[in-house]
Ligand binder design. Structure first.
Ligand code: PBG
Length: 309
């Protein structure tokens, strides 16, 4: 029996996602034995710097991809949100399992609703995408950067460093947090999620046909279509997690409805467009074209130049 070595970051969330996926493979009758190999990435070593200032795409994936090339590991479970829009040659996404909740979760001390926070309240997030969309809803808020894993962020909230914080609902749910921790789930039309948020991607070597055949059984067609549209938009806009870019697709009867958003960090310029297509590439491309025609692509380039990434 082949033993599959699964690479995982060392964070609680990464290990949880990896273990949950391995259990799914076992339940689907996969013929392998599994062993997890922990890998420390650059993104895990940097804790105190604003992520958007650190620079370099794929902070959480480079070391893992190197281990795949070296055949030290056979696959890795990534949050699609952390994946650069282009994969290195000879690696591929073997499958995209069914998506968890794509929404952002707003968690406030005393469960004060977002629209009821006092003027100038301090909200913690480390994402320009979240901060710019928050400012659209509440221009008066004092957005402060927060870093660290889920537990660290919740502890900082509880310590009173912030009045509220925003986290991905998917991470909380996978870690077993109950919904009553969350003050409000921000609906996708008020805070459009990150590209790929809530979805996992299983990265492996392109020539590992034996493994690819097993992974294919866990692919979720609708999630994969939506995420492909989202990632086409990310590629065409030349985006990354270091610029305020968002996108979310849904699929009904084989038809993808995709909405993309580009904003300035101050949220004084916002472009949001939707396209519907049976082809994920076309859906993503069309939204990118519409937004670029209005100046969205130039805005992304300017944000990048200003933050030196
Ligand atoms: N940027 C870190 C990261 N990457 C994936 C998730 C959550 C899980 C997911 O979105 O699938 C998180 C944490 C967060 O944003 O709160």
């Amino acid at each position: 029996m082949r033993k599959i070595i699964v690479g995982s970051r060392r964070s609680k969330l990464a290990l949880t996602q990896t273990n949950q996926f391995i259990e799914k493979m076992k339940a689907a009758g996969s013929p392998f034995e599994f062993e997890i190999k922990e890998i420390v990435t650059k993104g895990d070593r940097i804790v105190d710097v604003m992520l958007s200032k650190v620079g370099g795409k794929g902070l959480f994936v480079k070391e893992i991809e190197q281990a795949l090339f070296n055949k030290e590991i056979d696959f890795a479970v990534h949050s699609m949100k952390d994946m650069p829009s282009v994969l290195p040659e000879s690696l591929t996404i073997g499958c995209i399992p069914e998506r968890e909740d794509p929404r952002d979760a707003y968690i406030a001390n005393g469960h004060v609703k977002l629209l009821e926070l006092p003027v100038g309240a301090v909200v913690g997030t480390s994402s320009l995408r979240r901060s710019s969309q928050l400012l659209l809803l509440r221009p008066d808020l004092d957005i402060q950067w927060i870093r660290g894993n889920i537990d660290t962020r919740l502890a900082k909230l509880q310590a009173g460093d912030f009045d509220a914080i925003i986290l991905a609902a998917a991470g909380l749910k996978r870690m077993g947090w109950k919904d009553d921790l969350v003050t409000e789930f921000l609906e996708v039309d008020e805070c459009l999620p990150a590209i790929g948020q809530g979805a996992l991607g299983i990265e492996c070597r392109e020539d590992d046909t034996e493994l690819l055949a097993e992974l294919a059984k866990l692919n979720h067609e609708e999630t994969a279509l939506a995420v492909n549209a989202e990632r086409k938009f990310l590629r065409d806009m030349d985006g990354s997690c270091q610029v305020p870019i968002a996108g979310y697709g849904t699929v009904k009867d084989g038809e993808i409805t995709f909405t993309g958003l580009i904003s300035s960090p101050e949220a004084d310029q916002v472009f949001k467009e939707t396209s519907i297509s049976r082809d994920p590439i076309q859906a993503g491309r069309e939204v990118a074209e519409k937004i670029s025609a209005q100046g969205g692509y130039d805005l992304i380039q300017r944000v990048k130049a200003e933050s030196n990434v």
